[in-house]
Design a binder for this molecule. Sequence first.
Ligand code: ZN
Ligand code: ZN
Length: 80
Amino acid sequence: MEYVCPVCNGMATYLLRCPHCGKQMEDRGMVADFLDEYSPYLAMDITQLVDGASYDQCVHLFYCEACKHDKRISIQRIRM
Ligand SMILES: [Zn+2]
Ligand SMILES: [Zn+2]
């Protein structure tokens, strides 16, 4: 049994409207992908923390091009 995020796997699309301007926000992918900006040591630490804290959820970063607002959304993983 494996937990997969339906959005990461292209099985579903999560549409989110910006709370500020009402435009559709862009899915920039799961938050763990952005940890590369930090040092390797820190990145590994945070990745483990994220995995451990929310095993059944995939956190995506949504971004609004119009007003530069971003928001994290937890996507429920499904069992395959
Ligand atoms: Zn995902
Ligand atoms: Zn906006």
